[in-house]
Write a protein that binds this ligand. Structure first.
Ligand SMILES: NC(=O)c1ccc[n+]([C@@H]2O[C@H](COP(=O)([O-])OP(=O)(O)OC[C@H]3O[C@@H](n4cnc5c(N)ncnc54)[C@H](OP(=O)(O)O)[C@@H]3O)[C@@H](O)[C@H]2O)c1
Length: 237
């Protein structure tokens, strides 16, 4: 089995990569990184991909196609909450266009574009599964608090993109499984500034990756196009 991990240098992506490296059933791993930090391994190939850059996404998809490697598991573990343009908006007064553009570029447009650029190859792989890490705060129905406009809006839009991909890909000859997954609050660079008041211990990235791996293997094409928690229960869109 061969795997692609998008954002494999992040906390959850790196923990999943580590897990897949230890799994003898996984022969090859293609991993994308954004900033230049990476580890080496015989069965691992890194590719640079900035999800804000359409040309970089197309080049990444072309490089993967040139490998002529059937990808059986496609996991998007990239995500963006705060950066040089600021953090999550507490109020509508804080909404800024440039920050929203970044949120949408990394969380929504990049992952959907990369998937779409690879679809012609992915559709040929029997038993293909794709898991996009989304976030519960991207659920419109679940939103009782407001705030975090850019992150919530971009994850809600990602969810719609995943649903559309799953419906369209459901017409492929080899029925795929394409889902959104909320990984749960996890120790990471993305979460660290927002969990300081929490008393209960947080889930480690390794624990998250273990549950994520099990969930992906449990899911089948009947469960495509849905939004899951790590325990396999469904979230409302
Ligand atoms: N941690 C949580 O509590 C939590 C909760 C709910 C949902 N999630 C979701 O889970 C996923 C993984 O998050 P994490 O906690 O592991 O966060 P993380 O450690 O901050 O990792 C984020 C990943 O996204 C990549 N990324 C950021 N900007 C990028 C860009 N422009 N182009 C390409 N890649 C980019 C990062 O790459 P670089 O490091 O190279 O920039 C990194 O690999 C995200 O989708 C997040 O929204 C996390």
């Amino acid at each position: 089995m061969n795997v692609l991990i998008v954002g494999a240098a992040g906390a959850i992506g790196a923990a999943l990569l580590e897990r897949y490296l230890q799994n003898p059933e996984i022969e090859r791993i293609v991993a994308t990184h954004h900033l230049p930090k990476r580890s080496a391994h015989d069965k691992l190939q890194w590719l640079a991909c900035d999800l804000r850059d359409e040309q970089a996404i197309a080049a990444c998809a072309e490089q993967i196609a040139a490998m002529e490697l059937p990808i059986h598991r496609w996991v998007c573990a990239s995500g963006y909450l705060q950066g040089p343009l600021g953090g999550p908006e507490k109020s509508m007064r804080n909404i800024r266009s440039a920050k929203l553009h970044d949120d949408f570029a990394v969380n929504t447009i990049g992952p959907v574009l990369l998937f779409s650029a690879m679809a012609n190859k992915l559709k040929l792989v029997p038993g293909f599964k794709a898991a996009f890490l989304s976030a519960q705060v991207g659920s419109i129905e679940d939103n009782q608090l407001g705030g975090w406009f850019g992150y919530r809006m971009s994850k809600a839009a990602l969810n719609m993109g995943i649903r559309c991909l799953a419906i369209e890909a459901g017409r492929w000859r080899n029925e795929p499984t394409i889902v959104a997954i909320h990984p749960g609050t996890t120790v990471s660079n993305l979460s660290k500034d927002f969990v300081k008041q929490r008393k209960a211990p947080l889930q480690t990235a390794a624990h998250c990756a273990e549950k994520l791996d099990h969930l992906i293997e449990q899911l089948s094409a009947e469960g495509t196009g849905q939004f899951y928690r790590l325990d396999g229960s469904q979230l409302p869109w």
